[in-house]
Design a protein around this ligand. Structure first.
Ligand code: ZN
Length: 189
């Protein structure tokens, strides 16, 4: 009987220790990301995304590709409307994300298209306007990845060719909980 009590006591201590360790780790993680719980939904692109978007446009222009940014930060209500497209409303499905589930909702994603030689905005991923034998669309994707963007065209489940995002290591559920990328850390030159 005494032995059993001892075992239970030991295990209780071990379990309490593990729980403390896990909560301490979570606390550390959230402190590191910092960032304000209940942080407001941004209306502008994150400064780092904004800066790299502009660099991308310049880099593409240097190889004679005219990139047009068609989407940036999206409100939750606009995201919900887009989600309904192809579901309860007409058109093709354009997103698998409801309001709050897209990096667009946090100023961390942009969508691009191309402007062809006639000045028209096109979504033709095979267009080779600079005549170098490579589709311009993929050249832009490569440039963007070089700047640290993730490209939706690399996703296996739902390829989103116009989509570029920077997550700063934050998941959608962390963003939904109010975590935001750490400004200072990510804006250091
Ligand atoms: Zn997008």
């Amino acid at each position: 009987m005494k032995g059993l009590v001892k075992i239970i006591q030991t295990w209780t201590l071990i379990i309490i220790f593990i729980i403390l360790l896990i909560s301490f780790y979570n606390q550390m993680e959230e402190n590191h990301l910092d960032l304000g719980k209940d942080a407001p939904i941004p209306t502008d692109l994150h400064p780092v995304v904004e800066e790299n978007k502009n660099i991308l446009i310049k880099q593409a222009a240097a190889i004679e590709i005219d990139v047009v940014i068609t989407e940036g930060t999206r409100s939750i209500s606009r995201q919900n409307k887009l989600f309904e497209q192809g579901r309860s409303t007409g058109g093709n499905i354009v997103t698998h994300a409801k309001g709050g589930e897209s990096y667009h909702n946090y100023g961390l994603a942009i969508d691009y298209a191309l402007r062809n030689s006639n000045g028209e905005i096109i979504w033709d991923i095979h267009y080779d306007g600079n005549n170098n034998g490579e589709p311009d669309w993929f050249e832009v994707a490569e440039l963007a990845k070089g700047l640290g963007f993730e490209w939706g065209g690399d996703w296996s489940n739902f390829r989103d060719y116009p989509h570029l995002q920077m997550t700063f290591g934050l998941s959608i559920s962390q963003l939904q909980r109010g975590l935001r990328p750490d400004y200072e850390e990510n804006t250091e030159e």
